[in-house]
Design a protein around this ligand. Structure first.
Ligand code: ZN
Length: 338
């Protein structure tokens, strides 16, 4: 796409401008804006036509963290579209009519499953019923279930003992299993549409596997520097179960004692958590997207502990899963050490 040329900067030697000159400048700027808008409109129209014509298959991924690895695997041989905008709450986000249209035009839908995409449940089941191809990432990992002593029992099915935990991406080993399961699906379903017959796909899979192994080893080495007595997690909601299980951390509790931010915490939940924090010598509460700030502040003040914000559900600016996971591990380890 050709970028519209920016309007030239107008400067005035004496720092002031007559109203007539300003009006002329404004008119020129407005003309440039209109021109840019028209150019962008024609660009996007020709882009979508080009996408349809270039023969690439479209993979629609529900959320950005999974989308990043799917993009790494797919390379530029597929068109990868992420539905839930990066930074918005994956548990709560609901698709617009336009998003549903995007979903319905997918050649393959890649979802997390385990009801992570709570707000998209209806759209996803309708797409499935309409016969769209689905790849459900959580089908390919060992699903973790809420264990005794985690969260606080209530009538909410998301926090019931035995509920399936959807936060699969916090363990890189899970993501490797997903890459290894998706690559053959792409090869089988679309290999004949790829100019290289799938050679690129196979080599990208191998490179990703190696990178994920290296990431895992790096985090293990970093965790090993933290005394095991310090490896205790209090989080915004029950989002770090897979991380904790994989790297040997104990889950003490969560501000929202649920695997979804869609739940809420009661006064009794918070009183129980306060007791758990004291009993376990916890010094930090990790907050995240969807954690109610006033509740956390009240709890932290009462328990006399620090709060550290973690990014647990969306990508950093470079859009990389690897940066995401390294940042997450480093923030947890640093937070618990100091
Ligand atoms: Zn979550």
């Amino acid at each position: 796409m050709k970028r519209p040329v920016a309007a030239p900067k107008t400067t005035f030697a004496n720092g002031t401008a007559s109203i007539a000159v300003m009006a002329a400048v404004m008119a020129a700027v407005m003309a440039a804006v209109v021109f840019a808008a028209l150019t962008l409109a024609s660009c996007s129209a020709s882009n979508s036509a080009a996408t349809a014509a270039d023969g690439r298959k479209t993979i629609v991924v529900t959320y950005s963290i999974l989308g990043s690895l799917v993009q790494d695997l797919a390379g530029d041989q597929f068109r990868v579209v992420t539905l839930i905008p990066n930074g918005l709450d994956v548990h709560e986000w609901e698709p617009s009519a336009k998003d549903i249209e995007t979903l319905n035009h997918a050649d393959l839908v890649v979802e997390n499953g385990l009801n992570l995409e709570g707000g998209m449940g209806k759209a996803l089941s309708q797409a499935r019923a309409a016969g769209l191809k689905f790849f459900t990432a959580s089908d390919y990992i060992a699903v973790r279930h809420v264990a005794a002593g985690e969260g606080i029992p209530s009538g909410d099915p998301d926090q019931a003992l035995g509920a399936a935990d959807p936060h699969i991406w916090t363990n890189p080993e899970n993501m490797k299993a997903i890459v290894d399961a998706l690559a053959p699906v792409l090869q089988k379903d679309f290999g004949s549409t790829l100019a290289d017959g799938g050679a690129g796909l196979a080599s990208r899979r191998e490179a990703l596997d190696q990178k994920l192994d290296a990431l895992d080893a790096q985090i293990r080495a970093e965790v090993a520097t933290l005394p095991s007595a310090s490896r205790k997690l209090v989080t915004g909601h029950e989002s770090l179960g897979y991380f904790a299980q994989h790297y040997g951390f104990k889950l003490i509790g969560a501000v929202i004692p649920s695997i979804s931010t869609e739940a809420e915490s009661s006064a009794a939940d918070l009183a129980d958590l306060d007791k758990l924090i004291a009993a376990n010598g916890v010094k930090v509460i990790f907050t995240e997207l969807g954690t109610p700030p006033a509740t956390v502040k009240a709890l932290a003040d009462q328990a006399k502990v620090r709060t550290v914000t973690l990014i647990t559900h969306y990508l950093p600016p470079d859009g990389s899963y690897f940066t995401f996971e390294r940042n997450l591990a480093t923030a947890i380890i640093t937070g618990l050490r100091s």
